[in-house]
Design a protein around this ligand. Structure first.
Ligand SMILES: [Zn+2]
Length: 371
């Protein structure tokens, strides 16, 4: 089976049908090279004939287009208490999915076995085989060494440290297995789906914890140890609350859903969201203040990275305008005008799909853009 990389396929990824002559012009490759590559891609089902272009005399030239369902991607979003698994096509569009309640603390064997079962069930339902997969993308709720796919001292994932996630899944499904932390894949998913033209984007997840994914120059930045964007443990000015990391005054200890829930004597993000939606004044004020604390930290990120879009996602972003208003208030008060002239601060458009779309994007970027 031919691989998914190379300039001819890359030119067709936008979905536009093209003739051989157009592909030769655009790629700068020799006619024989382009013709040979199209034959390979058609044989693999990745490219299909798509009508004919207008004739300029003689036989009208055939057009070819990308076939996004030639292969599928298995995307898994492993949360602290849920597992979502989806099949996507080669554009990252979700074709089918299943979601179950599952505690990450059950350990890698139990959780990854559930991923395998869900993956095979979705493939069977779609009448496709494990060999039809271009790869598997997995998001985990903790730090991951992306090059090996192994969790790196994850705080809420007992038994997962250094576990070989790739080896466990590679035997089950065709193609590479790529693993990253949940915030990075949400950033990738939001970027690929809603802002493909934006070069500098910051995705902020506000849920039980707080973290960010950094897209700069069009690509995800993970940092030296995969810890880039871990803004939850930056100190919130003037605070001394004890954080689960052992430090005091961390943003997460002050402004996460867990911190707000403790103030309001509730327990989950969903409780807070419901209180805000019901017009509860204390909940609304607490969420807005959390937004200000997050915005103060983000103002420093704005100075450092100069993003043009900050996307706020995660379960607490469902609380509506209060969180966003607090974040905007602090960012605009603390940033220089040049950095905020064209800055948009918005709620996630992909919502719950961000992680699944991002897990697919991990595989797509690996497979389609390698040259
Ligand atoms: Zn901390």
């Amino acid at each position: 089976m031919s691989d998914l990389s190379g300039p001819v396929l890359r030119l067709l990824l936008d979905g536009q049908p093209r003739t051989r002559a157009e592909l030769i012009d655009l790629s700068g490759l020799a006619r024989s090279t382009v013709t040979g590559r199209i034959e390979e891609l058609v044989a693999a089902g990745l490219v299909v004939p798509s009508g004919e272009a207008a004739s300029t005399g003689g036989r009208p030239p055939a057009r070819f287009r990308f076939n996004p369902e030639a292969r599928l991607i298995l995307a898994a979003d492993v949360g602290a208490t849920h597992l979502s698994v989806a099949l996507t096509d080669l554009t990252g569009e979700i074709l089918d999915r299943s979601t179950t309640a599952l505690n990450i603390a059950k350990g890698p064997e139990a959780v990854l076995s559930a991923v395998v079962r869900a993956g095979h069930a979705l493939l069977k339902k779609a009448q496709r085989s494990a060999d039809d997969l271009a790869g598997t993308g997995v998001g985990l709720p903790g730090p991951v060494e992306h090059s090996t796919g192994r969790p790196n001292h994850p705080p809420i994932m007992p038994g997962w440290d250094s576990y070989d996630v790739v080896a466990r899944l590679a035997g089950e499904f065709a193609g590479p297995v790529l693993v990253d932390n949940d915030v990075n894949i949400m950033a990738l998913g939001e970027h690929a789906t809603a802002y493909p033209e934006v070069e500098h984007l910051l995705f902020v997840k506000v849920a039980t914890g707080i973290g960010a994914g950094v897209i700069s120059g069009g690509r995800l930045h993970r940092g030296a140890q995969g810890a880039a964007g871990d803004i939850g443990h930056i100190q919130a000015p003037g605070h001394t609350e004890l954080c689960r990391c052992g430090n005091t005054g961390c943003l997460e200890a002050v402004a996460s859903a867990a911190a707000i829930a403790a103030q309001l004597n509730t327990s989950t993000s969903q409780d807070i969201v419901e209180l805000v939606r019901a017009g509860n004044a204390a909940a609304t004020a607490a969420v807005r203040q959390a937004g200000r604390e997050i915005g103060t930290v983000l103002a420093a990120c704005v100075s450092l990275l100069n993003p043009s879009v900050i996307v706020v996602g995660g379960s607490l972003s469902q609380a509506g305008d209060s969180l966003l208003a607090g974040i905007r208030e602090a960012i605009y008060a603390r940033s220089l005008p040049l950095a905020t002239t064209d800055l948009r601060v918005v709620t996630s458009r992909t919502g719950r799909d961000a992680a699944l779309r991002g897990a697919a994007a991990l595989v797509l970027q690996h497979q389609l853009t390698a040259s």
